[in-house]
Ligand binder design. Sequence first.
Ligand code: PRP
Ligand code: URA
Length: 209
Amino acid sequence: MGKVIVLDHPLIQHKLTYIRDRNTGTKDFRELVDEVSMLMAFEITRDLSLRDETVETPLGETKTQVLDGKKIGLIPILRAGLGMVDGMLNLLPAAKVGHVGLYRDPETLLPTEYYIKLPSDISERELIVLDPMLATGGSANDAIESLKKRGAQNIRLMCLVAAPEGVELIQKQHPDVNIYLAALDEKLNEHGYIYPGLGDAGDRLFGTK
Ligand code: PRP
Ligand code: URA
C-alpha cells in the first residue's frame, strides 16, 4: 500500500494556517500556496538519488555529489494544481510540466477529463501529480489512471489538504503511489468538501467567487 506522508515542517504548518483562514484574500492565498509548494518540494525530493562527482574548487580537487535519478515531471490537475507549479519549479527548474484538466460535477462529484498534454517521455520520469485538494479522490484517481494508461511508471501525489476518503481511494486503486500532504483533515462534508479544509481551492486561487 502507498505511504501517506504528512509534511509537518513548522513553516509548512504555519503557512497552511493562513491558507485555511477565510479572511485571506486571493493575492495572499496565491502567494502562500506558492510558498508552501516550494517547501513541500524540498521535503518530497528528500529521497532523490545522488552520484559521486569530482570538482576543482579554487583550492583543490574534491569528491562531491550531484543528482542522479530519474528526471522529474510535474503534473498539475487544472485548475487549482496550477497554483503549485511555480513553487515546485523554484526548486526543480529542469522539470517538465504536463497538464491534466479535470472538473468535478457539483452534483455527482464525479470528475470529467477535458484536457491532457504531457511530456513525451513520461515513462522515464518521476512524476509528481499536483492538486491542493484530495477530497473524494475521484479527480486524482482519474488523473493517475490517465497517466498510467500513457505509460507512466513512477508517480507521487502531492496535495495540501486531504480527506480520509480520498486517501483511502488512492491507496486502494494505486498502491504504488505515495501521497504527500500538508494536512490530513477530519472528513468530507455533505457537499463533498473537505472539512475543515480551506474551501474551494480553485476559486480562492483565481478569485472566481
Ligand atoms: C477541485 C480540486 C480537485 C478536486 C478534488 O477541483 O482542485 O481537483 O476538486 O475533489 P475530488 O477529490 O472529490 O475529486 P474542481 O473540480 O473544483 O475544479 P477547479 O480546480 O477547476 O476549480
Ligand atoms: N475541491 C475543493 O476545491 N475543495 C474541497 O474541499 C473539495 C474539492
